[in-house]
Each structure stands twice: as C-alpha cells, then as structure tokens.
Ligand binder design. Structure first.
Ligand code: UD1
Length: 430
C-alpha cells in the first residue's frame, strides 16, 4: 500500500501549473461517444478516474488513442455495446455519465447503479427523472439501470435539488432528443459550462449553461471537434490553501481566476494576500491567519470539494471558525484525523467548530476520500515533524503528480510503498 511520508514545516514557495479539470473531463469524455467522428480532447488530466473511464469506454468499443500524456483521440463509430461493466462503475461513480451519452446517441444504455460513497449517500433519482421526462423507460434490473426509448422527445424538466451530475447527464441526452428541452434549477458549475461548450463544438444547440436555466434544441447528428478542457479549479484551490496553511507564497498558474472567486474570498477573509492575473493567482500568507465561517453551496457558492482544505487551514487560524457542509452528509471524517494532529475540533451534525491552534504536530493519518486526503497532506505540510498519510489511492484519483508539484514548491514529501523506502526518505532528510 502506498503512503505519503511528509516532513512538515516548510513554507511552500514558487510556481505550480494546474492540470485540466477532472470533473469536466469525465463529462466530456463520456459525451465524445455521441459522435461517430474522431474527436481530439486536450488538457486532459492524467489521473486515475480519467484513465478508468477511458478503459470503461474502450471496453464498449470506443477507440482511444492517447497521443500525449494530456491529449487523446477518440472514435466511437464502432461502439458495439451499450452495457458497461460493474468493475468500472465501482471504481468511478461518474461513469454514470455514459447513461446520458449512450441514451442520447443510441437510445439505450445499461449501466450499473452506482452505490453510495465515502462522502455520503449519492442518489441519482434526478438523473432518472430527467431521462423519463425525455420519454425514456428506465428500469433497474440486477443492479443495472436500463434506460431505453424509441425516440427521445424534448421536455421541460425542473431539478428539485441543484445537481451537477443530473444537469450534465440530462443535457447530454437532450442534445440528441427531438425538439426543445428546458432544464430548470440547473447546476452552474464551470464544468457544466465546459461540457455544454464541448457538445456545442460538436454541433449541439445548448444555451444558458452557467445560468440556472439551460435550453437545448436537439440535433440529429454530432460531428468531430477539437477541444481543450478548462483548468481544474479544485486542484488550484488546493494549492492556494496549501500556500496559506504553510505560510507560503505560491503562484498558481494556468487557472481561470473567475472560477476561484469563492476560494479567493475566503483566503482574503482569513488574512492572506491574493493577487489575480489573467491566468494565474498568487497567494501570500505572511501573517497569522484569522478564523472565519464558511458554508458549502452550489456554484458560485463555496464548493464542497474545497471544504476539507479550508477546514485544515482554519485549524491553524486564530479564533473559532464554523464550517457548515450543506451538500454531502459525511464530509467531516477527516476531522478525527486532524484531531490526532492536535487540532481542536468538534463536529455536530453538518457543522464543524474549529478553534485554531498555533501548531499541528505530525501523526499517522488515513485519507478518507479524495479531497479530504489532499487536505490531510496540507495539514502534514504545515505540521511540525513527520506525517504519514495512508490510503493515498484516493488522492491519486484526482490529483496529477501531486507530490512532484508539492516538491517543486519546497515540500518534503515522498510517495513510498515500504518501510524501507520510508526509512530512505528519513535518512535523506537527516
Ligand atoms: C459532482 C462532483 C463532486 C462534487 C459535487 C458537488 C463530479 C464527477 N463530481 O458530484 O466532486 O462534490 O458535484 O459539487 O463532477 N442529489 C440528489 N439526487 C440526484 C443527484 C444529486 O438528491 O439525482 C443530491 C446529492 O445527494 C447532493 C446534491 O444533490 O446532496 C448535489 O450532488 P451533485 O451535484 O449531483 O453531485 P455529483 O454530480 O455526484
């Protein structure tokens, strides 16, 4: 089992390049199946979730050619199957985007029903509601969702909860339905816009992505395209908080600063300096951080995927902070780990009350999920002494070359898979 071993205490200083957005890429790769032409997708992050989705797509007949680490050519003219294997969905929930894409193109999809996950129960009732509204019959058999339709017909759909996944999935299916679809109470996340832009670049007619009403006029055919994925705002935000927690000075490059506004606002509130450039932000933390309150909300609110990163940072900020998680019910598991590093935290339901301490001290902790795992690495980098993070396979799902990027900023961190390798790291540091 691989682990990160970290010697904390160094401020992170320097420049870091952000990769393409994983969550946008998951939707875009699935949508690429909707044309028989060859599609070129660039700025693809080289992370486990993406590589698993590409494998899942190859398994149903998509031809995938990785032309560079970050670019892929895909051709779906010979998709012979519309049934995806459980092995893939087990590893990556977002393969449910294949339902919307396959249903839109082939009017039939069979995809295993994703279960819950570490951050909470993850229903897909709204995705199903949307497919049904478009005229599909949706049934659940032997753990599979089977969605099928003679024709998909445009419809007026209201989403009861703002859901990124349902918005993207319904938008994909509606892109090739007959007539007009209106989706109301949509998610407005940058990756919803990116998937819509990608579909439009293939000839779809989608308007309003990025607002809470999306209007789609269905088309019969989608065509080839070349598309570059937006930068990952969560990876960017993670490095911004790493700079803050370690009292560093980091230029986070290749980002869209507008997508980072909620994160930037919180960093300013806690006493960091944040300078915005055209495609970069610089975060400088030169004084003791201050407490603040934060509540996770759909975009443009503060992202749930950035909740653990601000949580660990507030553990070091003077005063008492309140963090409220309003999207997923089980996103505070990392708080127990953080307490083992000396943080003063109390979790009550969906609220965490954090009283900042001067210092955290290194400990052995486990990554409970992707973002909380990254946050515990930040805690380790800020802490005194040695931290070992177990279960880093979660972190590898969504962060490209995490340890290399951190090392380039002066972090002392190594990915190890044996006691011997850990010992070597310790000896190297002396
Ligand atoms: C996506 C992101 C995830 C992020 C989340 C919220 C991807 C691959 N993942 O997940 O990283 O944390 O958005 O920003 O992009 N809900 C329902 N019924 C549904 C669907 C969702 O009740 O059919 C609820 C969920 O339980 C949750 C809320 O809606 O409380 C938002 O979830 P949603 O936006 O759908 O999250 P995902 O798309 O799964």
């Amino acid at each position: 089992m691989e682990q990160y071993i970290i010697r904390g205490g160094n401020p992170l200083v320097g420049e870091v390049e952000i990769s393409g957005a994983k969550n946008a890429a998951l939707g875009i790769l699935a949508a690429a199946i909707m044309t028989d032409d060859t599609v070129l997708i660039e700025n693809l992050p080289d992370v486990r979730d993406i590589n698993v989705l590409l494998e899942a797509m190859e398994s149903i007949g998509v031809k995938v050619e990785r032309i560079t680490k970050h670019a892929v050519l895909m051709n779906s003219a010979n998709v012979g199957e519309v049934s995806v294997d459980y092995e893939y969905i087990k590893k990556i929930r977002a393969s449910y985007y294949l339902i919307g894409a396959l249903l839109g193109k082939y009017k039939r999809a069979e995809v295993p029903l994703p279960g819950g996950c570490n951050i909470g129960s993850r229903p897909i009732d709204l995705h199903i509601k949307g497919f049904k509204a478009l005229g599909a019959k949706v049934s659940i058999r032997k753990g599979f969702i089977i969605a099928e339709a003679e024709h998909l017909k445009g419809s007026h759909i209201y989403l009861d909860t703002v859901s990124v996944g349902a918005t993207i999935n319904i938008m994909m299916a509606a892109a090739m339905a007959e007539g007009r679809t209106i989706i109301e109470n949509c998610a407005r996340e940058p990756h919803v816009v990116d998937v819509a832009n990608f579909l439009n670049s293939m000839g779809a007619n989608i308007k309003g992505a990025g607002t809470d009403v999306i209007r789609i006029r269905g088309v019969q055919r989608l065509h080839k395209t070349e598309y570059s994925i937006i930068p990952d705002q969560i990876e960017a935000g993670t490095f911004m908080f790493a700079a803050a927690a370690t009292k560093g000075d980091v230029m986070v490059k290749h980002v869209i600063p507008k997508h980072l506004e909620a994160t930037t606002a919180k960093l300013l509130e806690i006493g960091c300096e944040v300078e915005e450039f055209d495609d970069a932000v610089r975060v400088v933390a030169s004084k003791r951080l201050r407490s603040t309150n934060v509540k996770t909300l759909p975009y443009p609110g503060y992202p749930t995927d950035m909740q653990p990163q601000i949580g660990v940072t507030l553990a070091l900020a003077a005063g008492t902070s309140i963090v409220t998680e309003s999207i997923f019910e089980n996103r505070f598991k990392y708080m127990d780990e953080l307490a083992r590093m000396g943080a003063v935290v109390r979790v009550e339901g969906n609220t965490a009350i954090i009283t900042g301490v001067d210092k955290l001290s290194g400990a052995r902790v486990s990554a409970p999920d992707l973002r909380a795992g990254a946050a515990l690495v930040i805690a380790g980098l800020a802490a005194e002494g040695e931290t070992v993070v177990d279960d880093i396979v979660y972190i590898q799902r969504g962060y490209e070359e995490f340890e290399e990027k951190l090392r380039s900023l002066g972090a002392e961190i190594e990915r190890v898979n044996s006691d011997r390798a850990a010992q070597k790291f310790r000896l190297k540091l002396g």
